[in-house]
Design a protein around this ligand. Structure first.
Ligand SMILES: Nc1nc2c(ncn2[C@@H]2O[C@H](COP(=O)(O)OP(=O)(O)OP(=O)(O)O)[C@@H](O)[C@H]2O)c(=O)[nH]1
Length: 555
């Protein structure tokens, strides 16, 4: 008997271990530290001769009399070495609470695996687990333990190799004082419930096997208790009552689950009301064998296959989602780039600030539809929207072919700039001039759908000068241009005439230096807020003077 090496954590179970030296009889193991607890179990790591090992200690509410019969049973239990029976390690006798100590199964109970849907159980998986339970039970039924008596999906454990191990067998005497939750009785056969028998029987084990099978097939908890109208107490009452109304779990399963109908018959046979009509475990084993004559018997291989195909489906799904994400990102980028210049949007996306910037010479353009308000008065709201949509489509396609940035549209008005935010040397005036001529000439063929006789004319004006540009606003950031040049450009438009392009002296000088543009002096114009200004009309552009992009598009 070895001493505890470390005080364990966890108030309840600590008491049992801490109150005195505790050892596991019949082994040279020492309890080391508690790693978890359920209502009926405490989990520890123990040091055996070779290594640290996890164990599951079942709590019992009774004291044990170490008579020769009990000692013989313990010894026999320790010698059991069966692939489908959990290894019994020993008893912890000297702590206040009696503990039976078992090998720890890393994947937890069958109930855990079903609840957490750790793995998608297919027909073969269910068959293999069923076969494991039947193997374990067959051994018990043939031994002098005779039967398990408390077989549930919680006493069927799974190790790391997905091998099912029945636990908690052979210690039936300890059950006399153990307190059972009403839920624990849902696997118990009706005849045992009626007699308040907690010891069990062979027929009772077969009944429990049927109930466990239904959990696997339906991938739900026992009797699907969370989703049915009766609670556990009511179910137990109905089970005790028996008769035609005696409840049994549903065997309705997912369509994707391929299950042999003979297997469903076998399950129903197992939970037959009369114990004598249930097959014995040998019959269950042979029927089960006959259902799977030509299949690969190795569950581990099967699990690998399932996981592999699951991984590849997952990869496909991830790739598909990735594609959708990239598409969505593209869409949101397109929207963003429509609202802000690309270089500004990219900086904002990276979380960088966009500092205000001065641009010494840029060209600023304004246009407005002549008498739009009168025109709109003759249309329904929908017709106004359609009219503007038609106009914007034409203008936007012209804008696209020039190195310009559409700052904003205000109703029927356009504000476009060139040389900002992307500097383009002296090309800004060329681009705006070419675009202006494009706007005006495009209207020659434009017809208002519901008023074909009506002609649309725009007033255009542009000016060259210096501006400050920056992003304004947080919730809806806008790229704005500020400076006197903006007002002057706007005045050029408001003082223009229908179908004419009115430009400032500065803009005219730029065009003259570029060559290939024909302008005509307008003379002196009194401009509000500016006084008298010398202005010009832009008349035409030689083909050779057109901006490079524009030429390429028209080729
Ligand atoms: N991982 C692992 N878990 C085990 C082992 N032995 C028992 N368990 C767990 O202990 C549970 C049974 O403990 P109980 O206290 O009877 O049941 P519970 O579901 O935790 O508690 P209630 O919800 O009160 O019924 C199993 O379902 C497993 O989750 C084991 O060897 N390994």
């Amino acid at each position: 008997m070895n001493k505890i090496t470390k005080r364990v954590k966890g108030e309840h179970s600590m008491r049992s271990i801490n109150s005195g030296p505790s050892t596991i009889s019949s082994t040279r193991s020492t309890m080391s530290s508690e790693i978890g607890e359920t209502r009926n179990y405490s989990f520890f790591t123990i040091r055996n001769d070779v290594e640290m090992e996890k164990i599951a200690a079942r709590k019992h509410n009774t004291r044990l009399l170490l008579d020769s019969k009990t000692c013989a049973t313990m010894r026999q239990m320790r010698l059991i070495d069966h692939g489908n029976l959990n290894k019994f390690i020993g008893m912890s006798l000297d702590a206040p609470q009696l503990l039976s100590v078992w090998k720890y199964c890393s994947r937890g109970s069958l109930a855990d695996v079903i609840r957490k849907a750790t793995i998608q159980m297919d027909g073969f998986f269910i068959y293999s687990l069923m076969k494991d339970i039947v193997n374990g039970l067959s051994w018990i039924h043939e031994s002098n333990f005779e039967f398990h008596g408390m077989l549930t999906s919680k006493t069927c454990l799974l190790n790391d190799r997905w091998q099912l191990k029945i636990t908690d067998f052979g210690l039936r005497e300890f059950r006399t004082r153990d307190q059972f939750h009403v839920m624990d009785r849902l696997w118990t056969a009706p005849e045992l419930l009626r007699n308040d028998d907690i010891m069990g029987s062979k027929e009772g084990d077969v009944y429990s096997l049927g109930i466990i099978s239904a959990e696997m097939i339906t991938r739900s908890s026992v009797f699907d208790i969370e989703n049915r109208k009766e609670d556990a107490e009511e179910l137990i009452y109905m089970l005790k009552k028996g008769g035609l109304q005696s409840p049994r779990p549903s065997l309705e399963h997912d369509e994707s689950l391929e299950i042999n109908p003979a297997y469903l018959h076998l399950v129903r046979d197992c939970w037959t009301e009369r114990p004598s009509e249930r097959p014995d475990i040998k019959q269950v084993a042979s029927q089960l064998r006959s259902m799977n004559s030509n299949r690969n018997d190795n569950l581990m291989d099967h699990v690998f296959n399932v996981l592999e195909s699951y991984a590849s489906t997952l990869e496909d799904e991830v790739a598909e989602r990735m594609k959708e994400l990239v598409e969505e990102k593209k869409k949101s980028d397109v929207l963003l780039y429509r609202m802000l210049p690309k270089q500004v949007a990219d900086k904002l996306k990276l979380g960088q600030t966009v500092e205000p910037e001065t641009f010494d010479v840029v060209t600023l353009f304004f246009s407005d539809v002549v008498s739009f308000t009168t025109l709109a008065g003759k249309c329904t709201p929908l017709q106004v929207v359609n009219l503007l949509n038609g106009l914007y489509t034409i203008f936007d396609s012209i804008i696209e072919r020039h190195d310009v940035y559409k700052v904003e549209t205000i109703g029927d008005g356009y504000f476009v700039a060139s040389g900002v935010p992307r500097r383009n040397g002296n090309e800004h005036t060329r681009n705006i001039a070419s675009m202006s001529l494009g706007f005006v000439s495009s209207l020659a063929d434009f017809r208002v759908p519901h008023m074909p006789a009506e002609r649309i004319k725009i007033r255009v004006g542009f000016h060259c000068g210096s501006v400050v540009a920056g992003v304004v606003g947080l919730t809806m950031p806008r790229y704005c241009l500020f400076g006197d040049a903006v007002n002057t450009a706007s005045r050029m438009e408001s003082n223009s005439k229908p179908g004419q392009i009115h430009i400032s002296n500065e803009a005219n000088e730029m065009l003259m230096s570029l060559r290939g543009f024909t302008t005509e002096p307008r003379g002196e114009v009194i401009v509000k807020g500016k006084g008298v200004m010398q202005t010009h009309w832009l008349l035409k552009m030689d083909e050779a003077a057109a901006p490079k992009n524009y030429k390429r598009e028209n080729d």
